[in-house]
Design a protein around this ligand. Structure first.
Ligand SMILES: NC(=O)c1ccc[n+]([C@@H]2O[C@H](COP(=O)([O-])OP(=O)(O)OC[C@H]3O[C@@H](n4cnc5c(N)ncnc54)[C@H](OP(=O)(O)O)[C@@H]3O)[C@@H](O)[C@H]2O)c1
Length: 260
């Protein structure tokens, strides 16, 4: 039985993916900070008997090697890893503190990169494995209120592409998923300029249902494609506009964000 590690599994896209992976018959290892939420999720999965929780704060990079080693040894390896954990931002780029920017980089960029290196060392030795990062279309353009978030996802994309260049021909499937807006509670934990969670000040977040995105993500993970956009037709149009008519794109973006 294949072991699949989902980092950032307690809610949102990671939790929805856990359902899809469990239904596929794989063993699933669920990681996030909130242990009771992980345990609740485990009991609700199609095959709870093939799921385990491994709670951890993934920004504590000095604990990461021990966590990866423990999961690897307990389950006879990790065949596929999905890095879903992420932290959003909604703050003025002028007054956002360096500490808040560091928090975003720590989870969205440094964690998946360090975890991938730890896993790749083992996967390359056995000649197989899969590393799937969840980025964002926010990596592809600038947004006034999400400067560090976009930067963290852009850094992730380039680093992941380098991993692809280094390892894809050596038996590793290295992939990047770029979702558009997903209907999760991500904005409640998004950081304000001081690095505190927005909580109830967060705007309601609409978008694609996480269950639908998880299905598309899992399907894309069965291919050898490096990069897959998990976006709506409107978001696809926005990316084209950004590429070919950037001035108009940013005028419309400012209008939409009420900063025109
Ligand atoms: N929602 C969107 O519109 C959207 C759009 C594009 C891309 N994405 C990306 O998709 C991914 C999933 O987003 P989502 O909407 O599902 O977010 P979410 O609902 O806020 O879930 C985030 C997950 O990350 C975990 N997490 C946060 N900080 C952590 C830490 N320090 N250590 C361990 N786990 C941590 C959370 O669990 P705990 O709090 O229990 O630790 C939770 O399981 C993210 O990478 C996000 O950037 C989302």
């Amino acid at each position: 039985m294949e072991t699949v590690w989902i980092a950032g599994a307690s809610r949102g896209l990671g939790a929805a993916l856990a359902h899809v992976v469990s239904a596929s018959g794989c063993r699933v290892v669920l990681t996030a900070r909130n242990a009771p939420e992980l345990e609740k999720l485990r009991t609700l999965l199609p095959h709870p008997e093939n799921a385990v929780v491994a709670p951890a704060d993934l920004t504590q990079t000095h604990d990461l090697a021990a966590l990866v080693e423990r999961i690897w040894l307990e389950h006879g390896g990790i065949h596929r890893a999905f890095f879903c954990a992420g932290l959003a931002q909604w703050s003025n780029p002028l007054t956002t503190t360096p500490a808040a920017e560091e928090q975003l980089l720590a989870l969205n960029y440094r964690f998946p990169v360090q975890a991938a290196k730890l896993l790749a060392a083992r996967m390359l030795a056995q000649g197989s494995g899969q590393l799937v990062a969840v980025g964002s279309i926010a990596a592809e353009f600038g947004q006034p209120e999400s400067a560090a978030y976009g930067a963290s996802k852009a850094a992730l994309e380039r680093h992941w592409e380098s991993f692809y260049a280094a390892w894809a021909h050596r038996g590793l499937r290295v992939q990047l998923m770029q979702p558009g807006v997903i209907q999760t509670t991500i904005m409640a934990s998004a950081l304000d300029e001081s690095g505190a969670a927005l909580g109830q000040q967060a705007k309601t977040h609409t978008g694609q249902p996480p269950e639908a995105v998880a299905q598309r993500l899992w399907a894309a993970a069965q291919t050898n494609r490096f990069k897959t956009y998990l976006i709506s037709p409107t978001e696809r149009l926005a990316l084209l506009l950004h590429r070919w008519m950037p001035t108009l794109f940013y005028t419309l973006l400012r209008q939409r964000h009420g900063t025109a």
